[in-house]
Design a protein around this ligand. Structure first.
Ligand SMILES: *Cc1c(COP(=O)(O)O)cnc(C)c1O
Length: 427
């Protein structure tokens, strides 16, 4: 079974999903995370067709940018074809270039590390902290103070001789990174701060929205994100010049709209009016989506607090998490601390779940950037994300909880052998 929902993949509605088979129940499969499109989506799409505004300009694009910026309390926003494109543009406007290095957490979906490579720079993977899985600010400090020497142009990584230009915190799974310490370090070392807030629209750090704390921030509206446009992204930045430059680069860096003169290499990264129409409808319901995610997290939290060996997902005292993808952590005495046997056990009950991402310090795609990040590796082994669609019904959630409880009651011995064979190819 492929489980695309928690990565950058598309989503199928649950009705269209192939049954995972096995000794499944009669009940409908419970997907990991699927979109909720019950608002004005159809009406706005119809309007695009009737007005023939379907391409990469139009009233919904302007409106989506304006309303998104208002919601975050920032001056402006630039819509993009997806979150990865927004990250690419963010790195360019921040001035990150060939042979620079950018600090990226070892535990994240791969998009930010790939975007760093698009500009010819290199990711430096720094470990995450075990409590909330976020970039470990103390580990960033150690890297800057122990592995770098400071120069007039900023820190230089001793081992590679490369200039460290930026830090790219990813607010992972709906929870913000501890930004106070990180912003201080960035200031001290002259690093640009590029926030990847793609998983954390609606989250707050000491009351301030994730995505408004650094120099530039990126959001995603992929099918499984808190709100979706099918595919889409957004870049926000305080500095107007940066937003204007991002907009310019996103439209093939066109300098003369009549003669088609281009002074530099740009991209075709603008969001279409059709996608933005979905975005406007989704944005109207973002508070409901956040409330649903938090309600789901509360129910799981209450249930799992009584289950030995299962650590529910938490929230730092200074954070308002949106619990974008609800993720538990298994102790060593449950199936040896591997989440894959539980994944297999859930699959047999038609409940979709999936581990977190392969830690990037282990990724064959980023072989050149290997360095030890033991916490990320441990979390990737023990963590499992559970169904948490905005529309998840209480009864279905109860089924998920009971399946986890059953597994733990058997100490994970039932599915363990079967899972050992199948887990290798996934994740
Ligand atoms: C979803 C995601 C992105 C980018 O998303 P797109 O699929 O390109 O819209 C970037 N970073 C992280 C951490 C993500 O989860």
């Amino acid at each position: 079974m492929t489980t695309p929902a928690a990565t950058g993949g598309a989503n199928m509605p649950s009705e269209a999903r192939p049954s995972p088979g096995g000794d499944s129940t009669d009940a409908a499969p419970i997907p990991l995370s699927v979109p909720e499109l019950g608002g004005n989506e159809a009406e706005y799409l119809q309007e695009c067709v009737e007005t023939e505004w379907v391409s990469s300009a139009g009233p919904f694009v302007d409106r989506f940018e304006r309303e998104f910026a208002e919601r975050l309390g920032v001056d402006g926003a630039v819509a993009t074809v997806n979150g990865t494109a927004a990250l690419h543009l963010a790195l360019r406007v921040a001035g990150v270039g060939a042979d620079d290095e950018v600090i990226v957490p070892a535990l994240t979906f791969i998009a930010p590390a790939n975007a760093v490579r698009y500009v010819g720079a290199w990711p430096v993977f720094v470990d995450v902290e075990p409590e909330h899985f976020q970039l470990d600010v103390e580990a960033v400090r150690r890297f800057l103070e122990e592995a770098c020497r400071s120069t007039d142009e900023g820190p230089v990584h001793r081992e590679t001789g490369r200039h460290v230009a930026a830090v790219l915190p990813v607010h992972l799974l709906g929870h913000p990174v501890e930004m106070d310490g990180l912003l201080e370090l960035a200031e001290e070392h002259g690093l640009a701060v590029i926030e990847d807030a793609t998983q954390s629209l609606g989250a707050r750090h000491r009351g301030r929205p994730a995505g408004t704390l650094g120099d530039v921030a990126c959001f995603s509206f992929n099918g499984n994100k808190l709100i979706t446009t099918g595919g889409g992204g957004m870049l926000v930045a305080d500095r107007e010049e940066w937003r204007e430059r991002a907009r310019y680069l996103s439209t093939q860096a066109k300098d003369d709209p009549v003669e088609y003169v281009h002074r530099e290499i740009g991209h075709n990264y603008r969001l279409s009016n059709v996608h933005a129409a979905l975005g406007c409808a989704q944005l109207e319901r973002v508070d409901e989506h956040v409330a649903a995610k938090r309600r789901i997290a509360r129910r799981y939290g209450e249930a799992f607090r009584g289950v030995p060996g299962v650590r529910p997902m938490g929230e730092a005292p200074w954070a308002d998490s949106v619990f974008w993808l609800y993720t538990i952590l298994l102790d060593d005495d449950i199936a040896g601390g591997s989440s894959r046997p539980l994944m297999e056990h859930l699959r047999r009950r038609d409940v979709e779940s999936r581990p977190l991402w392969q830690p990037l310090n282990r990724s064959p795609a980023h072989e050149a950037s290997r360095r030890p990040c033991p916490v990320a590796e441990e979390l990737a082994r023990r963590a499992l994300s559970l169904p948490c669609s905005v529309g998840l019904e209480a009864d279905d959630q109860r089924r998920v909880i009971e399946a986890v409880e059953d597994f733990v009651a058997g100490r994970g011995t039932n599915g363990a052998a079967a899972a050992r064979g199948s887990a290798a190819g996934e994740g």
